[in-house]
Design a protein around this ligand. Structure first.
Ligand code: GTP
Ligand code: MG
Length: 169
């Protein structure tokens, strides 16, 4: 059994990385967001998989067991960027011998009516590291706990099937 899980959030500026972490912790959308959230630790007994979980806001020097690449669903540019350079940059900060699962996180779903899945599917097909994708909103707290649950699961059960909540309906 793993003794803990480290989840790292990365992504273009202003897509809502820090807001997602703060929304999870306080169960309320932060009106004022610091640039970076302090690393937080969720005790084992309140996580679905019963494993202590650390959540880390992006910084160039940290390592992790799972990476959440956050983009904003209302910003086509932040989506497209995931398919090229920044994505491989994020992967390259990790120690190479271990394969780290990646979760694509489309934040700010409160701002759009249509899903971004169509745009994101080609990216998912391009990188086998991508375990799953999820659309969420730090603002209306949609799919926030799910996102961190998928991240935990990607580490603890890495062969899990592809899962998109949008396809569930
Ligand atoms: P950097 O640290 O500068 O890279 O940005 P970040 O990715 O941490 O984004 P941050 O959490 O600072 O949020 C950027 C802006 O987007 C803020 O004005 C937030 O209030 C807003 N925001 C974050 N999440 C959401 C969301 O789900 N919906 C909406 N409508 N706005 C959001
Ligand atoms: Mg931030």
């Amino acid at each position: 059994m793993r003794k803990d899980v480290r989840i790292l959030l990365v992504g273009e500026p202003k897509v809502g990385k820090t807001s997602l972490i703060m929304s999870l912790v306080s169960e309320e959308f932060p009106q004022v967001v610091p640039y970076r959230a302090e690393e937080i630790t969720i005790p084992a007994d309140v996580t679905p998989e019963r494993v202590p979980t650390h959540i880390v806001d992006y910084s160039g020097t940290v390592t992790a067991n799972v990476i959440c690449i956050v983009y904003a669903v209302n910003n086509k540019k932040s989506i497209e960027k995931q398919s090229n350079q920044p994505f491989t940059t994020f992967l390259s900060v990790l120690p190479s011998p271990y394969r780290v699962p990646v979760i694509l996180v489309g934040n700010k779903s409160d701002l759009v009516e249509h899903s971004s899945m169509e745009t994101i599917l080609p990216v998912m097909n391009q990188y086998t590291e991508i375990e799953t994708c999820v659309e969420c909103s730090a603002k209306n707290l949609k799919n926030i706990s799910e996102l961190f649950y998928y991240a935990q699961k990607a580490v603890l059960h890495p062969t899990g099937p592809l899962y998109c909540p949008e396809e569930k309906q």
